[in-house]
Design a protein around this ligand. Structure first.
Ligand code: PAF
Length: 283
């Protein structure tokens, strides 16, 4: 495995390695890697000739300074884990080298076709502009054959699919199922910020969502929506920021179970100060 910090070096190494039309699998990450990332990294390794993982805490997608400052970072440990799963290249640039001054200062604009008006987009203004900015820049650098994204960030995946279409990238987006602890807690880099007690408490998020699935079609969408929020908030120390029951393709809220054939419940919950997201396919 090779750890690369400069974009120009990455491009030179990749140009040499991909000769003879080799496929390139790419996984963009912000580091603090856990088993969820490593599951995706293994797929990138197994399904492609060359695998590339980026580790970059992208400042332009944070709308909260404290969140950016406290985001867990450990590049050496990440590189060790990626080497163990057989990744070929790890790209870990510094923010100053990765972005020009202009890119850092001017807000990146993208036509989201409304996909950014709901859920995370509503609560984290500018967040998805930063995500599209960094991922499109990385796609141009790496020019992957396939790129891997987790379904935990459900809205991000929908937006990346749109970005690929709108910007005309020739690559395949591979959406990968959420990886969970045995307790049901969705794996997330932010779990590292939870105390032992909070970690137990946070398992109720998935438990409530999983149980709510039993009532799909039995009760109205509105009733299921409201009772899910109450059941999560019932646990002292958990507070729902939003819970949206949406069409899995358009992310538009549904009001009836027969509105569409693909319905997903997406939630964000504060566990103390830690913001956790999760989702569940309801139909
Ligand atoms: O999902 C993430 O970790 C980030 O949003 C991504 C895709 C690596 C872009 O910074």
């Amino acid at each position: 495995m090779q750890l690369i910090k400069k974009a120009s070096e990455l491009q030179a190494v990749l140009a040499e390695a991909r000769r003879g039309d080799k496929s390139v699998g790419f996984l963009p990450t912000m580091g603090a890697l856990h088993e969820g990332h490593l599951t995706l990294a293994r797929r990138a390794v197994n399904e492609n000739d060359i695998s590339v993982v980026s580790v970059f805490v992208n400042p332009t997608q944070f709308n909260n300074k404290t969140d950016l400052e406290t985001y867990p970072r450990n590049v050496e440990e990440d590189a060790r884990k990626l080497s163990e799963v057989g990744v070929d290249l790890v790209f870990a640039p510094g923010a100053e080298e990765f972005y020009t001054k202009e890119e850092m200062e001017n807000r990146f604009e993208f036509d989201f076709g409304g996909l950014d008006q709901v859920m995370e987009g509503k609560f984290r203004p500018g967040h998805f502009n930063g995500v599209v900015q960094v991922v499109s820049k990385l796609f141009r650098l790496v020019a992957p054959t396939r790129a891997y994204f987790g379904e935990k960030d459900f809205q991000q995946l929908a937006i990346i699919r749109r970005m690929v279409k709108v910007m005309g990238f020739k690559l395949e987006i591979v959406g990968c199922p959420i990886v969970r602890e045995e307790s049901g807690l969705a794996l997330s880099s932010r779990n590292a910020l939870l105390t032992e007690e909070q970690r137990k408490l946070a398992t109720n998020i998935h438990a409530v969502l999983a149980e709510s699935r039993l009532f799909v079609g039995q009760t109205s969408v509105k009733e299921l929506h409201d009772s899910t929020i109450s059941a999560i908030n019932h646990h002292d120390g958990l507070e729902v920021e939003y819970y949206d029951i949406v069409d899995g393709r358009t992310l538009k809220s549904v009001s009836r179970w027969d509105d569409t054939d693909y319905i997903v419940g997406c939630v964000t919950v504060y566990c103390g100060k830690v913001r956790l997201i999760d989702n569940i396919r309801l139909k």
